[in-house]
Design a protein around this ligand. Structure first.
Ligand SMILES: [Zn+2]
Length: 511
């Protein structure tokens, strides 16, 4: 029998299917009207929209970044789907790749958000209930609920992607007001080999937007001016129809080259071709923008095949065999863009390193580390989508109007303490209400290692071997999976009501 949480995910299949499709150029030279003076707009706080690498770095000295993102609810299924592609890989410095999860909270299992964040990934905002051109409460409510119930520090939630990639000039202004660092909803829709390409490196909106000029009224030609706020364009792949054949999100779902149905071999071919165009050119990032539900082999109703999973891994294997290729989150990409260094100096880039929080594995603490938090999670048995959390169940389901409801406090139990601003998530004990580490010494151990000669990826990625439609792909299931555990293992412990304190501080506490 399927757990209710899984059945509740079914509507997401339909939602995700509609997202992220473009059919041709979304910007033209006439609609662009962009001007920016690089002598006035300087890193790290300002960057003109440009097809050249930031900071005057030569393309041959520029890393080729592959941005990996996932959208929508976080469930054990979706993390397993992501792990099929990432868990067995390493970047050139020996670190496991990190990715960005644009999280929508309906149907999300909050404790898995905590776990995924503590494992080093970026958590970003995708509205609470998955609405396009969202009002402020959908955007800010997501921040507040992620902070209150998943323990994600507000200042770590830096990015936003609009559901259905539907945003307006006002959406960008709302993000700016809420002190987001970046949006990543706009498409780069013209191939880098075309003189009118709109595949800009990430840029600030000091001089307005430079993407989606044909599709979003009130943007471009200098608008909206949002100093220091970044757009990280989503870079399309292109099949042999060129600008008339863009593939943006979940390209493996699309038919290519005018065919009537998707074909993994054709997808792989054009993904490799587009990658090579970037790699041999100005090295604008490549993006794998996934809806995990569409690459899950275990989610009920998913039509994903082993062939598609193997094809995506074959693409990443192939890409990682080339020097100076890194799989990164948006946060990591943006850090490099703000502080660009040539590939010979990447060892010094802190955001590309990996580290492990130093917490005694025998310690019982609800901190986003599965071994430590075993048995300490609260089960919040809401009928729409039950979830688990370290931070105490709310009395009612969080909603845009009420993103941080008071905690339930069963008789004789104590409330849980929400993450304060001066403690890192893996060191915060929500039950004891104390921070177990407040100094650099006890904090994180650096697990990265020197990059190989000429940036070569010595640790490699990949699973080896060529893509064949029949090959199964080994991967490591996400070990924070609690949604399939017997409910008896997760007694509703110690739930309480500290929520109002943090909730009332809202987004003002982000800096
Ligand atoms: Zn979405």
């Amino acid at each position: 029998m399927l757990p209710a949480a899984i059945l509740a995910l079914a509507p997401l299949l339909a939602l995700a299917q509609e997202e992220g499709t473009i059919t041709g150029p979304t910007t033209s030279p006439e609609s662009l009207g962009y001007s920016c003076d690089p002598s006035k707009c300087k890193l790290p706080t300002c960057n003109c929209a440009s097809t050249s690498p930031p900071g005057g770095i030569k393309p041959s000295d520029t890393p080729q970044f592959i941005v990996f993102t996932a959208d929508d609810a976080i469930q054990s299924y979706t993390l397993d789907a992501v792990n099929q592609f990432l868990a067995h890989r390493k970047n050139p410095n020996g670190c496991a790749p990190k990715m960005t999860y644009f999280t929508s909270l309906n149907f999300t299992n909050y404790t898995l958000v905590t776990d995924w964040f503590v494992a080093g990934n970026e958590i970003a905002d995708h509205t609470m209930t998955h609405v396009g051109t969202p009002p402020a409460d959908e955007i800010n409510g997501n921040l507040i609920a992620l902070n209150a119930l998943a323990g994600i520090p507000l200042n770590k939630i830096q990015g936003f992607r609009a559901p259905f990639l539907a945003y307006s000039a006002d959406t960008l202004k709302l993000l700016y007001q809420s002190q987001f660092t970046y949006d990543s909803s706009a498409a780069a829709s013209v191939p880098v080999t075309d003189p009118t390409t709109d595949a800009y490196w990430p840029y600030t909106l000091d001089n307005g937007m430079a993407n989606n000029c044909l599709s979003v009224p009130g943007t471009c030609k200098g608008e909206p001016k949002l100093p220091g706020f970044w757009e990280i364009p989503m870079y399309s792949f292109f099949d042999n129809k060129g600008a008339a054949g863009p593939h943006l999100m979940d390209p493996w779902l699309d038919a290519a080259n005018g065919a009537t149905k998707a074909n993994d071999s054709a997808t792989l071919e054009y993904m490799q071709k587009t990658f090579t165009d970037h790699y041999n050119g100005n090295r604008q990032p490549i993006g794998l923008y996934t809806h995990p539900i569409h690459v899950s082999l275990t989610y009920p109703g998913s039509t994903t095949t082993k062939s598609t999973v193997a094809m995506i891994n074959a693409f990443l294997d192939w890409a990682q065999e080339q020097p100076n290729v890194w799989i990164v989150s948006n946060e990591q990409l943006l850090d490099w863009v703000q502080h660009p260094v040539p590939v010979s100096q990447l060892d010094s880039v802190g955001s590309l390193k990996c580290s492990t929080p130093q917490v005694d594995s025998s310690m019982k603490i609800c901190n986003g580390m599965p071994g430590n938090e075993d048995g300490l999670l609260s089960h919040c048995a809401f009928s729409d989508f039950p979830f688990y959390t370290c931070y105490g169940c709310p009395e009612v389901q969080p909603s845009p109007n009420n993103p941080n409801p008071p905690q339930q406090v069963p008789d004789g139990q104590n409330s849980r303490f929400r993450l304060p601003q001066n403690c890192s998530t893996p060191f915060w004990d929500p039950i004891g209400g104390k921070c177990i580490c407040t100094s650099d010494k006890c904090a994180f151990a650096d697990n990265s290692r020197p990059i190989g000669p000429n940036g070569v990826n010595l640790t490699g990625g990949g699973i080896g071997g060529a893509f064949t439609s029949a090959s199964a792909t080994p991967y490591v299931p996400f070990n924070g999976d609690v949604s399939t555990a017997p409910l008896g293992l997760w007694p509703a412990l110690l739930v309480g009501a500290v929520g109002a304190l943090i909730g009332s501080m809202g987004v003002l506490t982000r800096l």
